[in-house]
Write a protein that binds this ligand. Sequence first.
Ligand code: GLU
Length: 376
Amino acid sequence: MKLSKRIQTVEGSKTARFIPLLDALKRQGRPVISLAIGEPTYDTPSPVIDATKRSLDRQETRYSDMAGLMGLRTALAGRFDGCGTENIVVFNGSKQALYAIFQSICDPGDQVIIPVPCWVSFAEQVKLAGGEPVFVATIDHQLDTEAIAAAVTGKTRAILINSPNNPTGAVYPREALERIARLANEHDLFVIADEAYDFFVYDNLPRSSFYDLETVRDRLILTRSFSKHYAMTGFRVGYAVAPPAVAEALVRLQSHVTGNVCTFAQHGAMAALEMDEGLLVRRRADLQHKRDLAFDQVSGLFPCVRPQGAFYLFPDISDHLHQGETSGGFAARVLEKTGVAVVPGEDFGMDGHVRICFAVPDDQLLEAFKRIREVL
Ligand code: GLU
């Protein structure tokens, strides 16, 4: 039996693959510590759980609006100046939002500029839409806006910017976003802003969102997620904020793909938005503490740029590679010898590095680094 050429050109998610892999190792009784999957180990907040249960008790288990529940879209629109419900589309996580965006803006051969290292699904999603990912290197994990400008061609449709960044934790300053906005305006491009970690910015750095730049709003497609901020990864609720014509296209696509996002999960998401920011602020402070703890540990082992946001370290492990070994080989060796799972940098388009998620309990972080130190 023959599979489509399209699916044959696409690789499975290099991060999500760790979920069944680590489950299997744990079932075998291996002492696994996962610093691989990007999800916080905090509990989902109880108001979210309670609202979801109440929704189930009310039998809110039926089809609902394919753009997202009006109550959720109204609450989300209220968080973005000048935004209405016609700008908001709710998806099964921002991962699906991004997939739908590329499907809706790319024709075959269209190019999407992606700074690297970058999250594992961007390039594959662009390819699934028939587009071509164009990778542009960063400098110390910050945007090289001149290189991005030089990469624009007649085929460029969009520039994709992910800040705070996965896998590096870099946060781009407003001036860099402004330069990208100017470039997009000059060349009539979309800006796709993946802001899945928007709230998790440390050291009181300003949280710069593309949405704050009014000049680019009519070409901005922004995605955010409930997953990371509210520890709701399994709920699968994320959303896009887009100009109405793009939002309408996204809903049209959605109408053939999943229809609505799980109705009672959206009620849980609504409850998350009703919570005051106290919990998020406390979790951000705790993540900053973990960032410091992890950065202190990693600095004794590898060179690493200090992350300013998200919950990842992206150290340079190249001095510890065996002859001919890539970061994939290194990560496999560390997992085999220590039970500590990290994601190879090559999966994010930058070999010689690994991604370490520090959103885990402190004792696990310390134990993981102890084991890594021993094997090195
Ligand atoms: N976004 C998370 C990560 O990078 C979860 C897995 C995925 O969807 O890629 O680890």
